[in-house]
Design a protein around this ligand. Structure first.
Ligand SMILES: NC(=O)c1ccc[n+]([C@@H]2O[C@H](COP(=O)([O-])OP(=O)(O)OC[C@H]3O[C@@H](n4cnc5c(N)ncnc54)[C@H](OP(=O)(O)O)[C@@H]3O)[C@@H](O)[C@H]2O)c1
Length: 385
């Protein structure tokens, strides 16, 4: 860990979980898009009176949002997806009433400027006025607001070469891809050269980021996508493209040399054939981002849902282990350190932001509808005045 980053991270007071309000801000309200219940797009409500975020832990920072990136999880969370697990993360002792998460602010990507730092945040790393970016964990209030509070561990200096709008297109998909490819898949900048990677669903947020990072690390990247996305993914560096709209991709993919890792952004039936594309008995991994984890906890409650999840993933992992390949689930994880590395790659010109659509703050419902319609070609970003 970078020594300065270590100083910016949690200290003894955070570890002891001491909560105290260190915020010196005199503001109490701010403009935001909120939801007061789960449902369709009509539950989105603009308010000028959302609660201003407060620094509750000394390692937190308040960020003035300049741009907010949207992700499929925003649409899902609007409809109540993951509510049981998020409630447990927000209130582990279960002392709050049901519905205490409302008014809930969506938006998982932020690019903005630090407005205030907690007492434990080392000025040498973060200080007021710094331009930063972050992926916001789904259990925290999001970025469709004028301000957001985050732990300094989750925040990173924004790449200098990007505008806020461009920067807001990267953190959530980058942190997800990092978690799936690096933490779960075991790939690193130093072991990727010549590895054969298959990305199922390469044209959306996670895919367009992953192609670029893997190419920067020297991997050979094959991608499945719609025919009309081929130009986009080839432009980002994909070596081989298979059009899934021309027919089942399993056959054309089976005809290729086997892969070291498959990143699955599509899910569903893919699991029945994609593991057969891996090189057996040499540590090859299938990592899927489409998991039933949150549906299980929504449907069965947190305890039974987690038990069901554990049994499912263990059974699948064991089944495939006997065939010499590894089955894994990839999960988003907030990661300021990874964003530090990615920021450097962006400033070095190795990764660019793929902004498909840009909306103003007054157009948040239209931006959510755009994400809900699917067929993403990169990212949808909202600029915040
Ligand atoms: N587990 C986690 O923590 C986590 C975190 C982030 C994302 N995710 C999940 O990972 C998936 C990808 O996320 P994302 O942000 O990249 O989503 P996205 O931006 O909506 O992109 C999905 C892409 O897949 C394409 N696609 C759809 N069906 C396909 C198929 N059969 N074959 C190939 N491409 C197909 C879509 O375009 P066309 O329909 O036009 O082909 C679209 O470009 C989503 O399911 C998301 O919910 C999970």
């Amino acid at each position: 860990m970078h020594p300065l980053r270590r100083l910016a991270c949690s200290r003894w007071s955070f570890l002891l979980n001491i909560r105290f309000n260190t915020s010196s801000s005199h503001m109490t309200i701010m403009p935001a898009w909120v939801i007061d219940r789960y449902g369709s797009n009509s539950v989105l409500r603009y308010t000028k009176n959302a609660a201003f975020p407060i620094i509750n832990y000394p390692n937190e920072v308040i960020i003035q949002v300049h741009a907010a990136g949207l992700n499929p999880i925003d649409v899902s969370m609007r409809g109540g997806y993951g509510a049981a697990s998020m409630a447990m993360k927000r209130d582990p002792l279960n002392v709050k009433q049901s519905g205490s998460e409302f008014p809930l602010i969506l938006g998982r990507d932020v690019s903005g400027v630090i407005m205030e730092c907690g007492l434990d945040v080392a000025p040498v790393y973060f200080k007021e006025g710094d331009e930063v970016w972050a992926a916001i964990p789904p259990w925290k209030q999001g970025s469709l607001a004028e301000f957001v509070v985050l732990s300094a561990n989750e925040v990173s200096k924004k790449p200098k070469c990007l505008s806020h709008t461009e920067a807001a297109a990267i953190p959530y998909v980058a942190a997800t891809a990092w978690s799936a490819l690096v933490n779960t898949g075991g790939l690193t900048m130093d072991n990727c050269a010549k590895k054969r990677i298959l990305i199922l669903g390469g044209s959306g947020g996670v895919g367009t980021f992953s192609i670029q990072m893997l190419k920067a690390w020297g991997a050979h990247v094959t991608v499945t996508c719609s025919q009309n996305a081929e130009r986009l993914v080839r432009g980002l560096g994909a070596d081989h493209v298979v059009d899934y709209t021309a027919g089942p991709v399993e056959g054309p993919l089976r005809a290729l040399e086997k892969f070291d890792l498959v990143l699955d952004n599509v899910g569903g039936a893919t699991e029945s054939w994609a593991l057969g594309l891996l090189k057996p008995w040499c540590g090859a991994k299938y990592v899927t981002l489409v998991t039933p984890f949150l549906q299980n906890t929504d449907r069965l409650g947190v305890a039974d849902g987690m038990l069901q999840t554990g049994v499912t993933v263990a059974a699948k992992a064991l089944k495939h282990l006997t065939k010499g390949v590894h089955y894994r689930w990839g999960m988003f994880a907030p990661n300021g350190l990874a964003l530090d590395d990615i920021s450097e790659m962006v400033d070095a010109g190795k990764i660019c932001a793929v902004v498909e659509a840009e909306f103003s703050f007054s157009q948040v419902p239209q931006a959510m509808l755009k994400v809900e319609k699917g067929h993403a070609r990169g990212k949808t970003v909202v600029t915040v005045p």
